[in-house]
Design a protein around this ligand. Structure first.
Ligand code: FPP
Length: 289
């Protein structure tokens, strides 16, 4: 659903506004997800410590969120911290990222209010340090009534883990429903197959249940990987990989990705054109050798 807020395109930079004018405003994606990558390399290129790259990466988050809100992008989801980051990075770097997240939230809630941005999170949030969770809950509550862009941060997030959690929850729901009706699971599924595991029941049990699937997935730093991000949800997303490192990514680059998205022909497995369903000949034999 497109947002109905007044567009704040007049707040875009002149370069952004020029690019925005080339876009079809009726085909702005509903949900853009971004794998923010390359902070470490950005710092390494400048002979700086990795944490400086993360610090600069937080600035990019601020700029990109602001542009997203100015063009009324309904949903923006950022991969800020994966389960693997949590397990495999030095403790000092993880601790810096946690402090940076808190500082970003504390320092940006006022701007989020000004930009009508609502905060949300996905991931194994309950495993994050207590004080980080408290700041997250505070930012979410402060921005809960905002009706513009929903900014979702994926934190301590892993997609396979999300799918496993969703499957477990669906199974528990099925067992509970069978118990409520006083019948066995087999009998329940015989009368109502939707009470079991279906695409809809799994989607409804994902951390992302309140979000539409992403239309566009952007990855920075040129890596051609999905890195365990929203595997279920990106089934039909358009992928856009840019060589830019995340700390160099700005709102203008978000608009460039949307322009590229609008040049794509999305067919969702169909053929994208109306063709009569005429009788076709049998396939010719497929010969070997
Ligand atoms: C990937 O770069 C980035 C991360 C693991 C963390 C993302 C964090 C931020 C953008 C900053 C803080 C975010 C918020 C929401 C305040 P990398 O370290 O893997 O880079 P490399 O591949 O070049 O080493």
């Amino acid at each position: 659903m497109p947002l109905t807020q007044p567009l704040r395109v007049h707040e875009l930079s002149s370069e952004e506004a020029a690019l925005y004018r080339t876009l079809d405003p009726t085909r702005i994606p509903e949900h853009v997800a971004i794998i923010m990558d390359g902070n470490g390399r950005w710092a390494g290129k400048r002979a700086m410590k990795r944490f400086r790259g993360h610090q600069q990466g937080a600035e990019s988050v601020h700029f990109v969120v602001e542009t997203a809100s100015r063009i009324n992008l309904p949903y923006l989801t950022l991969y800020a911290f994966s389960l693997e980051n949590n397990l495999r990075r030095p403790k000092s770097e993880v601790s810096f990222l946690m402090k940076l997240l808190r500082s970003y939230l504390v320092g940006n809630v006022k701007r989020m209010q000004d930009n009508n941005v609502r905060m949300a999170y996905i991931g194994r949030i309950h495993e994050l340090p207590e004080e980080v969770q408290e700041t997250m809950q505070w930012a979410e509550a402060e921005t809960a009534k905002n009706t513009g862009t929903t900014l979702t941060l994926a934190l301590n997030y892993g997609s396979r883990c999300e799918i496993v959690d969703a499957a477990r929850l669906t199974m528990q729901n099925t067992l509970a429903e069978a118990k409520r009706r006083g019948i066995s699971v087999e009998d329940l599924l015989a009368v109502d197959e939707h009470a079991g595991i279906t695409e809809d029941s799994l989607s409804a049990a994902m951390y992302t249940h309140a979000l539409p699937d992403p239309d566009l997935l952007i990855r920075t730093s040129g890596e051609m990987r999905i890195s365990n991000f929203l595997l279920w949800q990106i089934a039909y997303a358009e992928l856009h990989v840019t060589d830019l490192l995340w700390p160099d990514f700005r709102g203008l680059h978000l608009l460039e990705s949307i322009a590229e998205f609008q040049r794509r022909d999305r067919r969702y497995g169909g053929i994208g054109q109306v063709e009569t369903d005429e009788e076709l000949p049998d396939p010719a034999p497929v010969l070997h050798g």
